[in-house]
Write a protein that binds this ligand. Sequence first.
Ligand code: CP
Length: 323
Amino acid sequence: MATATVDLGPVPDLWNRRHLLGLEDLSAEEITLILDKAEQFKQVISTGDRKIPLLAGKTCVNLFFENSTRTRNSFALAARRLGADTLDFSASTSSLSKGETFIDTAKNIEAMGIDLVVVRHRTPGTPHLLAQNLRCGVINAGDGAHEHPTQGLLDIMTIRQRKGRIDGLTVALVGDIAHSRTARSNIWGLQKLGAHVIVCGPSTLVSPQWTDLGVEYSYHLDDILPRVDVLNLLRIQFERQTTRPFPSVREYAHLYAMDRHRLAKTKSDILILAPGPINRGVEVTPEVADGPYSAILEQVTNGVAVRMAVIWLLLGKKSRSTA
Ligand code: CP
């Protein structure tokens, strides 16, 4: 792996946070700073210099209590590309099974000399609990149906790259809004940057209460298609549902799956996103997911750059004024 000598300067004074717990807390300026730094990292990586050792001597741990392909691996890769050491905690083989508490487990891991904990847990608020109990930094990698801030950031980065702006765009989040942490992070992040957000899905997964967050809601995808710039297709999270929110998967797909017939009703420059994993044939058909309007794999590429930016902002050298 080639090593790049990159001078990003110190972490800007605008950033003085120890944790990234959600996009609800961040200002538009802080979100823009993360996106700008992610662009810089992406640019350096794309030139072939895969390693930028700005965080040599730092250690990050992945503390995942739910399965993950994209988030877990891209956080590990991001930390390694910055020269940090990484530790991968496995909940199923840990001493949690012997009765050790969650906080004791986290404190023991931290005592090994950890600088940053990346945590995913099914219970909303878990990253906030860790932030209160640990001395090191904490990143929320998804807490139940609450927030998934780096997913929101990489979605917004992909939109900004493709559209050149966020302000003034109409973005529809379609699908299982009720169980989606990605929905909340997208809503807070996109609205702060000036986008209009629509949440769309069956009435069992989208309620009028979502308007409290400043968004529009719709039960009819076909009605909103002609006026949206971006469609973010959220997975139906069968694993979080206690009862089926619709009579059959086939009926859901009939009303909400993005297929070529629905694509024909959209603007000619529609952008299709999906956080992944996708249920092919449920939220989106393969021809749309793999087609020219889709940026689904680009989102994954951007995820590494976004996570590099967030880790660097939390652990990087501060300027003398904030040190
Ligand atoms: N989008 C996302 O969070 O994917 P993983 O569950 O695979 O991390």
